[in-house]
Design a protein around this ligand. Sequence first.
Ligand code: PLP
Length: 754
Amino acid sequence: MPATEIYLDANATTPVIPEARAAAIAAMAGDFGNPSSIHGSGLKARAMMDNVRARARRVLDAPTGELLFLSGATEGIQTAVFSALTSLRSRQDRGEAMPELLLYGATEHKAVPEAIHHWRRLLNLDFEVLAIPVGRDGRHDLEWLRRQAPRAALVCTMAANNETGIISDLDGIQRALAGSPALWMVDGVQALGKLRLSLGDRPIDYAPFSGHKLYAPKGIGMLYVRAGAPFTALIVGGGQEGAMRSGTENMPGIAAMGAVLRLLEAGEQFQRADKLELYRARLAAAIREAFEGVVFNADPEITLPTTLNFSVPGVSSKVLLELFDAASIRVSTGSACGAHKAAPSYVLSAMGLESWRSASAVRLSFGPLTPPETVDEACLRIRQCGASLRDSCMTPSVQQHLLPMEPITRHVVDGAVCYVVADPASRRCLIIDPLPELTDPLVQWIRCCSYTLVAVLDTHSHGDHASSAAALWDSLPPVLGRQGETEPLGWPSGSDHIQLGAQRLTRLPIPGHTRDSAAYLLAGPYGLRAAFVGDTVMPGALGRSDFEVSEPLQFAGSLRLLERTVGRDAFLLPGHDYEGWHACTLNTEIAHQPLLSALLDHSMEAAAFAQAKAELERDLAPTEYQTMACGARVDRCSKAESVELTAAELASRTWAARKILLVDVREPYEQRLGQMPDIGTHVRRQAVPLSTLLSVLPDWLDLDAGTDLVLLCRSGNRSAQVARALRRLGQPRAWSLAGGLALWPTERPQSVPG
Ligand code: PLP
């Protein structure tokens, strides 16, 4: 791994700079007094606090009004919204005529709409809540706002957006609100230290700020409240902060905030906007060079000079994040990338950008203290990231690498699985169950690897997605893919097998899930390697048979035929794998699925089987991806088993005495950028990307009894998935390195301003 981490996620949080750390430590050590105490220690603490407040007023141009210290921007937002709505509630109780709209920018931080909905509900207010639309440039639709302004009771507009850095047109908003009865909140979190807000010169009623976005610690924030703006305390008690926010003040946080504000005021270390723009331009140039076809999602003219948000066609946010992380550059995805589905960014969606742009968006943000050397090093590594993608055949470039494909590669989209079966000697491959989302990446990959595509097969007519076989054929140049006559699911007409080098694929009709369901059996010189069974048998479920095109009464016969043809130990590769089990066998499924056991072990009748199955499938809920479920799951609980091993355990004497096979399951584009940690001579290393795991599965299940298999990845998610899958298939000595490379102990530099 590259030795040092480059932190380019300053819009999420920043490191605490040495000056702020020193100030916080002083406030915890010698100057630990409580500012409410009237003795010397207390007076000293109060003086420090007053000093910081005065400094904050100067920095924010807020000579009048209140400036409260509180825990952060989320609390500031709550307090502001609660104050505004409480005052509206009182007016409503008094029977006054009222404006009736609560408005917030469509790209606002979630804390804002959540707070509005929450307090509106709790205060029993009958107001309409509307999102102020934004244009493609990410800025508020001022005409819309002007039209609503006379009916608006509260308007919330951020000063700058956290995902895109787009700066709101506060002057324009102010003009649109002229004459409006609305209270106005401006979320100043991302603007602090980067934009002049001139709070005192604007009719802004509330403005929350957060320390940890500008080199102070987490847990300290500020809220500006205009003189005369309605206020109701959210927290009451000892009457601190003029009884506007009770609770003993966070003095270390306030001291640290003060140190940052001092630097900001002095204007020495904080770099000017023109310099930051230069850094951003350098980073943008490196990104352009690295990623062909990249698009930037915000106009730099109206964006914070410290934020870049971009999308790379054909490459998901998740892949880009993994790539950057492998190069030890910390960035953030524009979309909320859960473990399962990458939810498109609501910010980019609100701007009306195409869905692919939200699905592949990455945010890179640095701080006003980032030194030029960090920018230079980041540019270098970004170029390496681009090279790694190109070398992994993941960019649209026409270059050819003649990369060998593994015998079986799998790609998963929202639980649906597509397989590429390849023969490296003849450079021929075929695809089973193509998915529309994969058309471009697969075409790119096949082209770049210079393989000939000989067939595109579907295991059945899918209920949840269309086959993309035709699109695949259309996109490949004729030398790499040629379509002869085929049957509806893609099988070459008149053939009884497809030869792929030494491997041979045959077809076995197994109607049930659908009338046309088929399994494809892959046999090598040493016998059957795997059966692609579509949705007929999945780990933990049998394919549902309640579609119009299903044959429920033939399902039992098909399962028996499958058993007779492939046996109970053959690997069955499913068309859907929601839980990441990768493969199953009839034996594993008999152990986990009572209905299958009743059929195959206890000769249940086909009709009784169909009836019991129909019971299971009644009212099937959609999957966690909100796609249609392909079968009723009966096997959820086996995930509880712990498979994790910490780095300390692995380094311990007990483990040092064992034979270990340490496997990096990250993908090649990540592996190219960094190596595995060094653990010791007892450790054998291997790199097996998760997508090609099926190629080594038989070896790993057959590992000699003295060897433990320890899997590692970036964060520990993928390796845990593989370890659990291996255990389910009968390998009890499979482990996952807890927290992955992210938690691997490395020496970190003491101070790296981000
Ligand atoms: N508002 C914006 C624009 C933000 O970026 C954030 C943090 O991500 C918040 C509010 C919430 O701030 P805090 O973490 O201090 O609660």
